[in-house]
Design a protein around this ligand. Structure first.
Ligand code: FAD
Length: 375
């Protein structure tokens, strides 16, 4: 079955629940269950582990379509895929079934990277793994935000490697839910993406080195080579989907809303049409950039990293512009909740501040342009 057809049973549920997900900060469990049943939680994993064997291009397509109806569901999905990709790239020897569990949807995956200490600089853990002397380590970590926190089946946890030599001497561990020493320390109450349970978590856990992804100190490399491209493309796709949803709603409102006393429509106003045109042109241009980047990642283009950095920043920025334009075009109708535009406007603010934040990406991109080291 075509991967997009697999969304047929998912999108109506996501759309039906989107308002309650947002208003009540309710985790979109029905949508996540439907994603598992559709096979899409294994979209990018290989058929050998039960996945669909698709790549970055299909991932961008599926994620943006989901975001167009429910931003929270799309963000949960993106974090799962990013976690699944890094587990698939370096499976933990102690749990050879981990990737298959993520592919089937038995486990919803997520990333526990950002820390209270190093904030948005997710690549620089401040938490330590202290050897326990029996092949295990104790990890104490305060993670500021973990999407799907109490709903995840597997956390990819970052921390400094034992006897760390530098701020990027990092280990990643696959930690299943229910492992002793994991606490969701507060609820999630955000401006947007209100359903995605991006709560703070405390880890005080004894982990077997067999739960580690890759070798000692390989965490930073896995973050940069695996997580960064998948996360950035997925995050860009969420931004594109939110912008697309808001723009479509704005066009439909402008085309259908009348001034009775003038016998004209909102769309008869040149200023309205110009705002919609500008928003649409920006969205089309950035969509092409993100799709092209996804195709280059799929083709293992070794020079794609600059585009990966740029694509996330450009899509995050476009989502802010387009949702803002949709708010202006639709006036008070957008300010009220019934068009769903204000939800996209709020949800769209998250991509920009999700690490690597757009401002950090501009810094990285500029450094790369000027031939300077990124770190
Ligand atoms: C909805 C949501 C879900 C999230 N889910 C997860 C998750 O599942 N897993 C996870 O690990 N994290 C998650 N995060 C955390 C996210 O990735 C960032 O780490 C977090 O948003 C950073 O917020 P902060 O207040 O710590 O930013 P700060 O680091 O305090 O940054 C504040 C400002 O300074 C800017 N800034 C910082 N450093 C630089 C620099 N070097 N150059 C230029 N500007 C800079 C930033 O761009 C930002 O504008 C989530 C965040 C949100 C909002």
């Amino acid at each position: 079955m075509d991967v997009i057809t697999r969304l047929d049973d998912v999108l109506p549920l996501a759309a039906a629940d989107a308002d309650a997900t947002d208003r009540e900060g309710q985790f979109p469990q029905r949508t996540v269950t439907a994603l598992g049943e559709s096979g899409l939680l294994g979209l990018t994993l290989s058929p050998e582990v039960g996945g669909l064997g698709a790549g970055p291009v299909e991932f961008v397509d599926v994620t943006s379509r989901l975001a167009a109806v429910c931003g929270s569901s799309a963000m949960v999905y993106l974090m799962h895929v990013a976690a699944a990709q890094v587990v698939a790239a370096a499976p933990p020897p102690g749990d050879p079934e981990a990737t298959a569990r993520l592919a089937s949807g038995e486990w919803l995956g997520t990333l526990a990277f950002s820390e209270k200490g190093s904030r948005s600089h997710f690549w620089a853990s401040t938490s330590h793994a202290t050897p326990e002397g029996d092949g295990s380590v104790r990890v104490k970590a305060s993670k500021g935000w973990v999407t799907s926190a109490e709903f995840a089946g597997l956390y990819v946890l970052s921390c400094l490697a034992p006897d760390d030599q530098s701020p990027t001497d990092t280990n990643l561990y696959a930690v299943p839910t229910g492992h002793p020493g994991l606490t969701v320390s507060a609820g999630w109450d955000g401006l947007g993406l209100r359903g995605n349970a991006s709560s703070p978590m405390e880890f005080d856990a004894v982990l077997d080195e067999q739960q580690r992804l890759g070798g000692r100190g390989d965490g930073f490399g896995l973050m940069m080579q695996v997580v960064l491209p998948w996360f950035s493309l997925g995050n860009a796709a969420v931004s594109l989907g939110l912008a697309r949803g808001a723009l479509d709603a704005a066009v439909s409102h402008a085309a259908g809303t009348r001034f009775a006393h003038l016998d004209s429509r909102l769309a008869d106003l040149p200023t309205i049409r110009a705002r919609l045109a500008q928003a649409s042109i920006e969205l089309e241009a950035v969509t092409a950039y993100v799709k092209d980047t996804a195709a280059r990642v799929a083709a293992a283009d070794e020079t794609v990293m600059l585009a990966v950095l740029g694509a996330k920043a450009a899509a995050n920025e476009a989502a802010l512009h387009v949702t803002d334009a949709a708010m202006r075009v639709c006036g008070g109708a957008a300010f009220s909740r019934h068009l769903g535009i204000e939800r996209a406007f709020r949800d769209a603010r998250a991509g920009y501040v999700m690490a690597p934040t757009a401002d950090v990406l501009y810094e990285f991109y500029g450094r790369a342009l000027c031939g300077l080291e990124l770190f």
